[in-house]
Design a protein around this ligand. Structure first.
Ligand SMILES: NC(=O)c1ccc[n+]([C@@H]2O[C@H](COP(=O)([O-])OP(=O)(O)OC[C@H]3O[C@@H](n4cnc5c(N)ncnc54)[C@H](OP(=O)(O)O)[C@@H]3O)[C@@H](O)[C@H]2O)c1
Length: 300
């Protein structure tokens, strides 16, 4: 059995289910010491137990709502207190939800979970990542970043997206998700530039389209029916299984050939172009400055 990740510490958010779970299982098989972070306690402990039963790696589960800034701060404190190294940080947790929900801090949930929680967590753990260099930050985005008009800097908190905030809207959820996944790429490009030459690489992944996980379970109506159909057909041909997508996560986390590769976007094992909008410098600098104001980290 290969144990190429023996001695390496990997933190993965959203590691209880879906592609995060498949990635954690494979990295465990390769000997990694895993910190699985999720707000799904039962699924998280099941994933932890499966990894520990299979070996040779080892896993712990930490409950954390990534959309809560205080819970993320407490998670970072706990990691710093319990680990002397962090080799790979995989920012994977994400949602799609047609109901407009807000975090305990008042941020719209797509933005809070996909972007702000990961912005805070990554910045808080940078000293550990730096001390463990060569180390890797992997941010899970999506080609959904291409399917929209970009961020609205007058409405970063998505106050205006829902025509009626009391009513669910698939279309508002798509727009919020598009913006959140674009935020992931702005964060990736800016962080990669800021960390150039430190030995900490930063890359992003598009896991593919309609990967058969539970991420679309909150969607309504025709979209939900259509998604189930695509899931079913894709699965028949093995095109959209979480296992297939997790291979790219594992590649980014382990491949020695990628040790110095930073600022890249990958899908199914290959580099891919992001949109021109995602490559624009001005919005990513504005988003970074706004995120510093909201979270209190990343200012230097
Ligand atoms: N599936 C796709 O087709 C697809 C395509 C492109 C990109 N992606 C991206 O891939 C990543 C993984 O998605 P997946 O499809 O594997 O989804 P998934 O099966 O729903 O797994 C995501 C995990 O993250 C958890 N999570 C969500 N919000 C959280 C929060 N605030 N705090 C802590 N944990 C939270 C989820 O819990 P709950 O189940 O309770 O929400 C779930 O356990 C996401 O970033 C997603 O945007 C997915």
């Amino acid at each position: 059995m290969t144990a190429e990740m023996q001695g390496k510490v990997v933190l993965i958010t959203g590691g209880a289910r879906g592609m995060g779970r498949e990635t954690a299982l494979e990295l465990g098989r390769r000997g990694a010491e895993l910190i699985i972070v999720d707000w799904e306690g039962e699924a998280g402990t099941r994933t932890r137990d499966a990894i520990n039963a299979a070996g040779p790696g080892h896993a712990v589960f930490r409950y954390c709502d990534l959309s809560s800034l205080d819970e993320v701060r407490a998670l970072a404190d706990w990691v710093e207190a319990n680990y002397t190294r962090l080799d790979v940080l995989i920012a994977n947790a994400g949602i799609t939800d047609p109901v407009r929900r807000v975090s305990v801090d008042g941020f719209e949930m797509h933005l809070a979970t996909c972007h702000l929680g990961h912005f805070l967590l990554t910045n808080r753990l940078l000293s550990l990542l730096n001390a463990s260099a060569p180390s890797r930050v992997i941010i899970i985005s999506s080609d959904a970043h291409k399917a929209g008009d970009g961020l609205d800097f007058d409405d970063l908190n998505n106050e205006k997206l829902w025509p009626d905030p009391a009513k669910p809207s698939n279309s508002a959820a798509f727009k919020a998700y598009h913006r959140a996944k674009l935020c992931n790429l702005y964060f990736m490009y800016e962080l990669a530039e800021r960390l150039a030459g430190t030995g900490v690489t930063v890359n992003a992944i598009s896991p593919g389209y309609f990967v058969n996980t539970s991420i679309y379970r909150n969607m309504r109506g025709l979209f939900k029916v259509g998604a189930k159909l695509v899931f079913g057909i894709g699965s028949l041909f093995g095109l959209n299984t979480p296992e297939r997508s997790a291979r790219t996560y594992v590649m980014l986390a382990t491949d020695p050939a990628l040790e110095n590769v930073t600022g890249g976007y990958f899908e199914h094992g290959k580099p891919k172009e992001t949109s021109e909008l995602a490559k624009a410098v001005e919005p990513r600098e504005r988003l970074w400055a706004w995120s510093v104001e909201q979270t209190g980290v990343g200012g230097d």
